[in-house]
Design a binder for this molecule. Sequence first.
Ligand code: HEM
Length: 373
Amino acid sequence: MTPLQAATHADPYAYYARLRRHDELMFDADLGLWIASRADTVEAVLAHPDCRVRPPHEPVPKAIAQGAAGQVFARLMRMNEGPAHRCPRAAIEPALAAVDAPLVADVMASLIDGVDDLEALMFSVPVSVIAALLGFQAQQLASVAALTRDFVACLSPLSSEAQLLESDAGASQLRRMFSGLLAETALLAQIREGDWQDADRLTANLIGLLSQTCEASAGLIGNSLVMLARQPELIDRVQRTPALVMALVEEVARYDSPVQNTRRFVAARCTIGNRVLEVGDTVLVLLASANRDSAANPSPDSFLLERAQRRLFSFGSGRHQCPGQRLALTIASQALLALLHRQPALLAGACRFSYWPSLNGRIPRFHKLVPTQ
Ligand code: HEM
């Protein structure tokens, strides 16, 4: 197994435990990557000012640099450091934190009856919730979710030429739809108050909220469904005590992270622990492994709803730590509760799955049961 194959391997956790025996960054010569697997090393890399989110010589991946997807990518706070990161973040972080659970529950209630399979619950519902909170009308939500899924293809090195073209089309269409937004919701109004310099940067980062939501939330909901199928007693516990659902999704995020790794690119010679990193080096940061480090979470390989001071690396750490963490956990919790109350028959579909191809996302792809003759 390699650290990249681990993301979609059936059980990568014993492998990660072996990597964590190295108490320093380890160099994988085949991949040409430094590997951070322990919680303290992961934290140190993500906190280091010279470990950046993009390679300095390639702020936008070459494959998309010329099109609409590249124009959006270039302006995302997730893909920038310095003011192009700090200014959007200053507006977006408090605005996302202010969205409360009852509002999400209302939007979820309006969506759940239209869900007819687990893939829709995972990919379409979370993005639709964010789109509704930003002011899109009910009849626009399905196409916003589909266009977002097209756009996120530009973020994966595994995407084909055809997917990259669709990604451009998705970015262009989403920009048009944002410029035609009629409603000014509380979330959008608060975000607009930020120091946006120009409308393109604002629109790109609104598209960024949809794209950051898409695959990560699909993974969190999907991995929660896998856990419910493996441990059906959890279904009874959540049905009897719905407030437990938040602990359930948090523990799934820790135990089987939807985002298994992220990367950092070294912009100036620097030292992490005893290792010296050179300009141009890349570090693969194994978030899913850090979650299972006993120094961060005692009894890390036990799935425990009641876990005191759970430490989650699944949402990153440091200056780029996910500003949508609480909202993402709320959306996943509400999606599961809505499924259990309104569509429990769909749960049966969570038994057979593989994983969507990815180098960093762990998103189950559920297989429909084919009726036998
Ligand atoms: C289960 C769902 C989610 C997971 C696991 C997740 C995970 C992450 C991670 C790991 C990062 C940091 C990446 C890095 O430092 O390299 C991140 C950043 C980010 N996430 Fe999330 N995320 C989720 C949902 C959301 C949602 C719902 C939103 C917004 C509505 C969101 C918005 C963002 C943004 C804007 C950033 C960039 C932050 C920055 O660069 O400062 N995420 N997310």
